[in-house]
Design a binder for this molecule. Sequence first.
Ligand SMILES: Nc1nc2c(ncn2[C@@H]2O[C@H](COP(=O)(O)OP(=O)(O)O)[C@@H](O)[C@H]2O)c(=O)[nH]1
Ligand SMILES: [Mg+2]
Length: 272
Amino acid sequence: MSTLGWRSAGRPPRGGDLSHDPLRQDLLRHDPLRQGPLRVSVIIPTRNEASAISRVLADLPRDLVTEVLVVDSNSTDGTPEIAAKMGARVLQESRRGYGRACLTGLAAASAPDIVVFLDGDYSDRPAELPLLLAPIIEGRADITLGSRLGKERIPGALPWHAVFGNWLAASLINILYGLRISDLGPFRAARADVLHELALEEATYGWAVEIILKGALQGFRIVEVPVSYYPRIGKSKISGTVRGTIGAGWFILSRIVSYYFRRRRVGAPRPA
Ligand SMILES: Nc1nc2c(ncn2[C@@H]2O[C@H](COP(=O)(O)OP(=O)(O)O)[C@@H](O)[C@H]2O)c(=O)[nH]1
Ligand SMILES: [Mg+2]
């Protein structure tokens, strides 16, 4: 059951309208993780996303989502009010940090089976949620990552330095951790019990890689899924700023190296 009061956004291409997809019917039928309805919590960190948040919420497939948590950090443009009006659970997290907001949402989620993370800027298409859920529900993945490189992507949706930085980070991860990923996109999903086991703690830019690195080190199955990517609505808080670019670059690369050496000290990954 959804807690959202769904409305039609009546705006740009939704990336993939999956409402008639047979996969969707599968997702609603299959539930190998537990008895009873599958619980999917969607966590959306926001800071001043008033012009985008209603579209993000309106496009989430209501039949697949149990609850939506919007974790807001001191927005001054009415973002939390809009989200609350549309039926999302709004949490205030006054401490800044993308990872911090995701951690706060995770701690507050109501007994989910699967947790989904999504930006509040309408750059990813929430209607593509089934693409991320399918590998987990079918038992093929523990963590799914939306790759912004493999599908429809409007030129300029990702700034060139973000394309390069993501390529560099993904290549390093592939070499050191034995994965085959192409991107570190924000639209991702994971089994809640797996997230619990990963003991996530990165409060800022390191969040982008922590799930991937710890997940790989602990032997969880990480599957990348192509998703659409569009220019965000409103101003970027991270990759479109100098501070965010330098901070994210430093944190991401340093975490890739430090988690790798931590693993070498601790020992081999857990058996599959
Ligand atoms: N709660 C919270 N959300 C944030 C913070 N910084 C960024 N966000 C949100 O996190 C998401 C990712 O930021 P965004 O500006 O899209 O980064 P970009 O994708 O690199 O351009 C957006 O929904 C932002 O509103 C923060 O300090 N606190
Ligand atoms: Mg974004």
